[in-house]
Design a protein around this ligand. Structure first.
Ligand SMILES: [Zn+2]
Length: 301
């Protein structure tokens, strides 16, 4: 009796675990719905499903900034846009090549204009050639590559300035500025889940370039800044992040000059935990301290 009970118990536990395994790992928890926030009569930002997206309603069509992580999230973004306006999405501007800003494009209509910095385009082509999980959707590579550091575009009657100062988060960052609405979409130059800038050395980002870029952003005549992740910020918050990053970088530089090791520098500056890869499950990215150290000592990973 006792044996049978415990066997039953064990069987039940195994079945339970099995079910949990199937449900828990194959499907995962249902993703939270996207949240749409209005900034101006014709400008919105959409939270969730990856990086923040911008939605700008023009005369005849819609301009989207960044396209979420998965085809499902990209589709949900399009569904949310359809609730705002019957106008079709005609243009997407990508702030950089990371999958959580790009891969939702798989659900976007064919033939739309996709604007990205030329280095972003090169990074996507490289990732596509390498293949595997996280590769960008083959049918939606950038159709318009930006090579200049500043381009004044007029898309669907909307004035849009795309800006690139230097490699920063990645080598192909684009900051999207709406001069009439005084709104900036910063991409992951600013991502508020981390106090420090996140630099992808593997995409030739640069901490010095980040500082140049953040200075460029605060010099824009704007009062709402949509970061790549996190809530809308005012200029003072960007200035604070810039000041802190400059001070930290200067301190690290001083310690490197004194011949300190990376571990010594990390403890001296108060190391921040490294950011996780997409979805919080991927590999950890190098911390700002480590990035600056490697840049200044030219040491590879
Ligand atoms: Zn990113």
């Amino acid at each position: 009796m006792h044996l049978r009970n415990s066997l039953c118990g064990r069987l039940a536990a195994v079945i339970g675990l099995g079910l949990f395994g199937v449900v828990g790992f194959a499907q995962g928890p249902a993703p939270a719905p996207l949240m749409v926030h209005q900034l101006k009569p014709n400008v919105y930002w959409v939270e969730g499903g990856g990086g923040n997206s911008g939605v700008i309603v023009g005369d005849k069509g819609v301009i989207v900034v960044d396209a979420k992580t998965t085809p499902a999230a990209g589709k949900e973004l399009l569904d949310d846009i359809a609730k705002i306006t019957p106008k079709p999405v005609t243009t997407v501007i990508l702030t950089h090549s990371d999958g959580d800003h790009v891969n939702g494009l798989a659900s976007f209509p064919a033939g739309i204009t996709i604007i990205a910095h030329e280095n972003n385009k090169a990074e996507q082509e490289k990732a596509l050639a390498a293949g595997g999980r996280g590769a960008p959707p083959a049918g939606h590579l950038p159709t318009q590559a930006i090579a200049k550091n500043k381009e004044n575009l007029k898309i669907d009657g909307v004035k849009v300035q795309v800006l690139h100062w230097a490699p920063a988060h990645t080598s192909g960052d684009l900051v999207v500025y709406l001069p009439v609405e005084k709104i900036v979409f910063t991409g992951d130059i600013i991502a508020t889940q981390l106090p420090d800038p996140l630099i992808h050395l593997e995409k030739n980002g640069s901490s010095e370039g980040w500082i140049t870029t953040a200075k460029g952003i605060v010099a824009l005549n704007a009062d709402q800044f949509v970061p790549g992740h996190g809530n809308v910020l005012m200029k003072a918050a960007i200035e604070k992040r810039l000041t802190e990053a400059e001070a930290k970088r200067a301190k690290i530089k001083e310690l490197v000059a004194q011949g300190k090791s990376l571990d010594e520098i990390k403890s001296a500056v108060g190391e921040q935990p490294p950011a996780q890869g997409r979805g919080g499950r991927g590999p950890a990215f190098a911390s700002f301290t480590e990035v600056v150290y490697r840049e200044l000592t030219k040491k590879s990973a």
